[in-house]
Every structure is written in C-alpha cells, then in structure tokens.
Write a new protein. Structure first.
Length: 233
C-alpha cells in the first residue's frame, strides 16, 4: 500500500459514522457492504479540499482501483475542480472503468466540462456506445447536466431515446433525463412520451418523476397522468 493510500484510508476511517454507513448500504445495494465506511458528504468535501491542487491529491488520483467506496467518492470530488479540459477528460476516462455504483457515477462531474460542451459531445457518444453500465449512465448524466438548457438541441432527446438496455441503472438515468427534459423542454420532450418511444418501465418512471417535479406545470402534469401505464403498441 502506498503512503498516500494508507493516509487517506486512515482519515476516512476516522470520519466513520456507523448509522450513516447502514443507510448507505441500503441506498447502494450493488456495493459490497464491507467496502463502505460510512462518511457523510460534507466531511468528504472538506477532506477533498485538503487534497485539491497539491501533490498528495495528484498521487491519490494515480492509484486505482481503490478499496473503499468513500475513496471512489473522494476520487470523484478531486476530479471535479480540475481546471484544464483535457486533464479532466483524461482523469474521467481513467476512472470510469472502476465506477461500480450509481452514487459514484452521479457525483463525477468536472466543472470544466460546462465550458467545453462542443468537444464533450464526441466523448459522450463514445461513453454511450460502451457496454459498461456506469459508463453509459455517466454519458446520459452529462447530457442531462449540460444539454437541456442553453445548449439544448432536439438531437439530444433522440440520442437518449435510442439507447436500449436491460440494465436498471441505465434505464433509471434515461427516465431522469426525460423527466428533466419535460421540466425544461416540455414541448420538445412530450412527443417521446406521446409516441411511447421509451421502454414501458422507463416510460412510466419518466412520468412518475415528472409528476414529482415542481418545474412541470399543473397542465403538463395532468396530460402526463393520462399517459401513464397505458399499453405500448
């Protein structure tokens, strides 16, 4: 074990919160409970600030795979502020094969991607073409995060609607994507629900999430209620 790895593990173990560990184990059923320490996110973020932008943090990012779930969360937090697009992209590409649950996947979000959306699209397509569950989920998450506002184009909806998977964590992210699209780009997203372009489970989950959203109008929700649970052609 490298010194930085031992140091980080000891610091994480010192921050352990056993009730939170029990909660995390239930929240992330695909993770090995033996690898979950139980550290609350504010404490992880505080620790990440200590390692950001220095040699110790860079050394930790060079160690993969990690043993503990919280090491992976810390890894994500250290990637987040990387200021150079190419460096952040390389860090993500290196890390993606080791992501094994939704919590780490959804936390991984370099800030610099927001100002490099044109270049990012090419990489997103490669992630969507992957056969790895959390790489695909990450790609969808990047489309949700960066392309449903001022960078929106209807092609983004078609890209996600064309993804077919038997994986729960991929389909859940597709549902989140379209629920968010209904909140932000209702007129453009609604035809995908009207025409039942999504798989039945994903279709219904999308509507459920949209009905829970405060950003979808009452009239929009009423129309969606009529479309929930109807048989697909």
């Amino acid at each position: 074990m490298r010194p930085i790895e031992e140091e980080v593990q000891q610091r994480l173990l010192a921050l352990q919160d056993l009730p939170y560990r029990a909660f995390s184990c239930k929240l992330i059923p695909t993770a090995d409970p033996d690898n979950i320490i139980g550290v609350r996110m504010p404490r992880l973020r505080h620790l990440a600030r200590e390692y950001t932008g220095n040699a110790r943090g860079a050394s930790f990012l060079g160690i993969l795979p990690h043993r503990y779930h919280e090491e992976n969360l810390l890894h994500s937090l250290l990637i987040e502020p990387v200021p150079v697009y190419e460096s952040a992209l390389q860090a993500v590409e290196t890390f993606l094969p080791y992501i094994d649950n939704w919590a780490v996947c959804d936390l991984t979000a370099p800030v610099v991607f927001a100002s490099n959306r044109h270049d990012l699209l090419e990489n997103i397509q490669a992630w969507l073409d992957s056969d790895k569950t959390y790489t695909i989920r990450f790609g969808i998450g990047m489309l949700l995060r960066h392309y449903l506002d001022d960078a929106f184009h209807t092609d983004i909806l078609e890209t996600v609607a064309s993804i077919h998977s038997d994986e729960y964590y991929v389909n859940m992210m597709i549902a989140w994507f379209f629920a968010t699209a209904l909140a932000k780009q209702y007129a453009a997203a609604l035809p995908y629900i009207l025409d039942r372009r999504l798989a039945p489970w994903t279709h219904n989950k999308t509507i459920q999430k949209a009905l829970e959203s405060r950003r979808v109008s009452a009239a929009g929700k009423e129309r969606l209620r009529l479309l929930k649970g109807l048989a697909h052609a």
